[in-house]
Design a protein around this ligand. Structure first.
Ligand code: DC
Length: 180
């Protein structure tokens, strides 16, 4: 049986609680945890930090030097630097969907994510878009989290308030409904 059959994948709508549920589930199971989006985000941080031009060839070359690692709690280190504190910046938010659409980026990050789970002998909970379908198709435990737009907007709103940011519940709700 494939080592990846043990991996638990958790996909779901934005702000549906993937990280909260994934973290708790991994603790219950004694599994490691990481969010696949954080690896895409850490590549953005790496490209910004090294002032790489966002052109296919430059990104492809930079990818060769990109060496992320992740702790069993999902904390990401890139070439020796702990990056979690930088992954929600506006610059990273803007760049990530652009680089995440690149074929070579997706292929390389998929390999990296699978290698993390090889190192953990498959004992991992992984959250994020298409992890069940594309990254770990062999997983036998794939979950998808649903929550109403009101609940998701409230989660986002409280997260922002906790981070000391200004936030409007109505604006967040309108944004979430727009994306749905
Ligand atoms: O879930 P998130 O917002 O942190 O994801 C950040 C970006 O990474 C998002 O633009 C889509 C991309 N991503 C992806 O393409 N595949 C994944 N498995 C996870 C994230």
């Amino acid at each position: 049986m494939s080592i990846f059959s043990k991996v638990v994948t958790l996909d779901g709508e934005a702000a549906s609680g993937k990280s909260s549920v994934g973290t708790r589930l991994s603790q219950q199971l004694g599994y490691s945890f990481f969010d696949s989006g954080s690896i895409y985000r850490s590549l953005s941080w790496y490209l910004l930090d090294r002032q790489v031009e966002i052109k296919p060839r430059d990104v492809f070359l930079a990818l060769q030097g990109f060496q992320p690692s992740v702790s069993s709690e999902g904390a990401v280190t890139v070439n020796g630097t702990a990056v979690n504190g930088y992954l929600q910046s506006n610059a990273v938010n803007q760049l990530t969907p652009i680089i995440a659409s690149g074929f070579f980026v997706r292929k390389r990050i998929r390999e990296i994510q699978r290698q993390f789970c090889v190192d953990w002998e498959g004992k991992a909970v992984v959250t994020g878009r298409d992890v069940g379908r594309d990254v770990f198709p062999e997983s036998t435990m794939k979950f998808y989290l649903h929550a109403t737009s009101e609940v998701r907007a409230m989660r986002r709103y409280l997260q922002k308030i906790e981070n000391g940011e200004l936030a409007s519940y109505e604006e967040i709700l309108a944004d979430i409904r727009g994306r749905d």
